[in-house]
Design a protein around this ligand. Structure first.
Ligand SMILES: [Zn+2]
Length: 683
């Protein structure tokens, strides 16, 4: 986006966020989830970071939360109590680090202290001569509420400090920062009691902790067992880094979190965050991410503050179950039974731990119900292990360039008419879905790309979920797209993606075979491959997919028929295929997705056609090479491979456990080669 577009987007985001705020706080009606609202605020924040001169004081990002309530005494903080900016992905984390380096004008060693980010309430504790004298909330960051009485009830907070390590003298005044929170168990217990009394229950432990700490009657606070960790030392006790702060706090008698960690690489930061995203359920309290803080205190201070947050620390949040993203396209895909299903193509977005690029739309009514136009900003949701869904459209953010979607009049697959049955739209050709399904099976497995573990069942599943609509889509699949499918875990998704990437290299004949051109079997594919190679101007240049098209498209019917073993029917089929523009688009798509041709073996074969005029039948299992490999070696050397034994056959190659072919060949007096002899012949 350029600055003008960004400015327009910023304006719309601010307006929408404010509408949601008004609805929630004034009308007491929540229109979107906190997570979706956070996503909008984050986008706004990021755009404002890109163009800081577009920041205005009335922007929702400039809002300072929690002005002190008049019921409480005010407590001024010695140093401002700041909150943290959020990052949500490895990319955003790296960007954060880069901004920090840019600001400091030097490289920064990636030494961080990591802590679980507890979903609680930040507090400040003041001790004079070792005695707890004041505890306060963050408030607006400068002035908080004095909640000393309530904090006294928290047993994890020491009322008197002991220098457990004689190294530290307890200074006259000491200021400590930390978090108060409720364990999940305590949260449930209190909510149950409230509900039994017919009182309002709390939505989450954080709200309940906040409500508790701001009770005017401290006996209520005492009845709810708040917990607390200390994590920051404001007073200078000679600490050089954050890790030391934790150590000192512990030695002074504070409760500190033992799941914290010092690391010195970005990779470890990501691992720590991902570990806790997966294992947050093991903790007795709720966390929504991890805190990453520059370990070196001097650097942290040097980095200073931007807005209301420090540059030297960030909250690396877990990915939410709801997020906003852009609807890039609505694709119509033909299911196995010929039903046309719309599928949403999305700008990649991280949702509940995985990156997704697709969402289901169920049927065409859904598009209307959501009021979707291509280009809209939408809220996507994924709870648990289900497929992501678009749950809400945000037409307020439209630019005017969005495109309406129309149900196609013709089937996108074969151009047949489209018929309507209730909410369903189907291709009028009852075989349509099946034909395409077969061609996909052929492409993916069955001798073409030979992807292991991607059998028909999995292909069907991908088709039904709208993850793929043609063979080219296979190579665009993302791990996250597969992982979210029911009965597919992270591991199997990873295996599938690995296998697909492994198979991106394919020999030229096999590639031509994979295209599923009518009447073109393995033998003809081999012949066409040789045509392509012989027409290449420079024989030493790597052949690209584009070359195949350029060369074969120029061949006239007569040229094709002159190729050995190609008859009129086959020639026509090849001719038609390469003159179809859609097929050109398809080939381009394959090339773009990284499919590469291996041609070296074939080229050397052209120079040495020592098996020319010989025919081979294979039977039994060869120990040193697969059957496909053996066939290819024969063809490369100019030989022919056939399936049945006849009098014209030159050799029968026999592996272990040969079938009835051996007997037949012996009867006909055909020369039989064992594996050793066969390999010698190839050599
Ligand atoms: Zn169709």
């Amino acid at each position: 986006m350029n600055k003008v577009e960004t400015s327009k987007r910023i304006e719309k985001l601010r307006k929408l966020i404010d509408e949601y705020r008004y609805s929630y706080h004034v009308l007491d009606k929540s229109l979107v989830s906190d997570e979706a609202l956070d996503a909008l605020k984050r986008e706004l924040f990021n755009l404002e970071q890109e163009f800081p001169d577009l920041i205005t004081p009335d922007s929702p990002t400039q809002r300072v939360a929690g002005a002190p309530l008049p019921e409480f005494e005010k407590a001024k903080h010695e140093k401002p109590m700041i909150s943290l900016n959020d990052v949500f992905s490895e990319k955003e984390f790296e960007d954060w680090l880069q901004r920090l380096k840019n600001f400091l004008g030097k490289d920064v060693a990636p030494e961080f202290y990591l802590e679980p980010k507890i979903d609680g309430l930040a507090i400040e504790l003041v001790y004079e001569n070792g005695i707890f004298v004041q505890g306060s909330t963050r408030g607006d960051g400068i002035v908080g509420e004095d909640v000393t009485q309530n904090l006294r009830t928290v047993e994890a907070i020491p009322l008197k400090l002991e220098a457990l390590n004689s190294k530290y003298q307890i200074p006259k005044r000491i200021v400590v920062r930390g978090e108060v929170f409720l364990t999940l168990k305590e949260f449930e217990r209190i909510n149950k009691e409230l509900s039994e009394k017919g009182e309002k229950v709390f939505a989450n432990p954080r709200n309940l902790a906040a409500g508790t700490i701001r009770q005017l009657d401290s006996s209520i606070a005492a009845s709810r067992r708040l917990d607390s960790y200390a994590y920051g030392l404001v007073t200078d006790l000679g600490q050089k880094n954050h890790q030391e702060e934790h150590k000192i706090l512990k030695e002074l008698g504070f409760k500190t979190n033992l799941d914290t960690k010092f690391v010195n690489s970005i990779k470890e930061v990501v691992t720590y965050r991902n570990y806790w995203e997966k294992n947050r359920g093991k903790l007795t309290y709720e966390i929504d991410g991890v805190v990453v803080i520059l370990n070196n205190n001097n650097l942290f201070d040097e980095a200073g503050i931007i807005g209301k947050a420090p540059r030297g620390a960030c909250a690396y949040k877990f990915s939410p179950k709801e997020a906003t993203t852009k609807l890039v396209d609505i694709r119509v895909q033909v299911g196995r039974t010929g039903v046309l299903t719309p599928v949403a193509d999305l700008e990649p977005v991280e949702l509940n731990g995985v990156t997704i690029t697709h969402a289901t739309l169920h049927n065409f009514d859904e598009i209307e119900r959501l009021g979707l136009k291509i280009g809209d900003t939408v809220i996507v949701s994924r709870a648990g292990d289900v497929i992501p869904k678009i749950i809400k459209n945000l037409p307020e953010l439209r630019t005017g360039d969005e495109v309406s979607f129309k149900i196609p009049k013709k089937c996108p697959e074969d151009g047949s008419g489209v018929i309507n049955e209730g909410v369903l739209w189907k291709c009028a050709n009852p075989n349509c879905g099946a034909v395409r399904r077969e061609s996909l099976y052929h492409f993916v497995s069955r001798g073409a790309f030979n992807m292991e573990g991607l059998g028909p069942k999995i292909i069907d599943r991908f088709l039904d979920e709208g993850l793929i609509s043609d063979a080219g889509d296979i190579f665009e699949l993302k791990k996250g797209d597969i992982e979210v499918l029911e009965r597919f875990g992270e591991k199997s998704a990873e295996n599938i993606i690995t296998e697909i990437n492994l198979r991106k290299k394919i020999t030229l004949p096999r590639f031509i075979y994979s295209l599923g051109i009518l009447h073109i079997g393995e033998e003809t594919s081999q012949l066409l491959a040789q045509q392509v190679i012989s027409k290449m101007k420079n024989q030493n240049v790597k052949i690209k997919i584009g070359d195949i098209f350029n060369i074969l498209r120029l061949l006239e019917l007569e040229d094709l028929q002159q190729i050995r073993d190609i008859g009129p029917k086959v020639a026509q089929s090849i001719f038609d295929w390469f003159r179809n523009d859609q097929n050109q688009v398809f080939l381009k798509k394959l090339e773009k997705s990284g499919v590469e041709l291996e041609t070296t073996r074939l080229r050397s074969g052209l120079e040495n056609e020592k098996l020319k005029g010989m025919s081979f039948v294979l039977t039994g299992t060869l120990s040193s090479l697969g059957r496909d490999e053996a066939k290819e070696k024969i063809r490369v050397l100019g030989g022919e491979v056939t399936e049945s034994v006849s009098k014209k056959l030159t050799y029968l190659v026999v592996g272990e456990n040969p079938g009835s072919k051996l007997e037949k060949a012996q009867k006909l007096g055909i020369k039989v080669l064992d594996e050793k002899e066969f390999l010698k012949l190839l050599d």
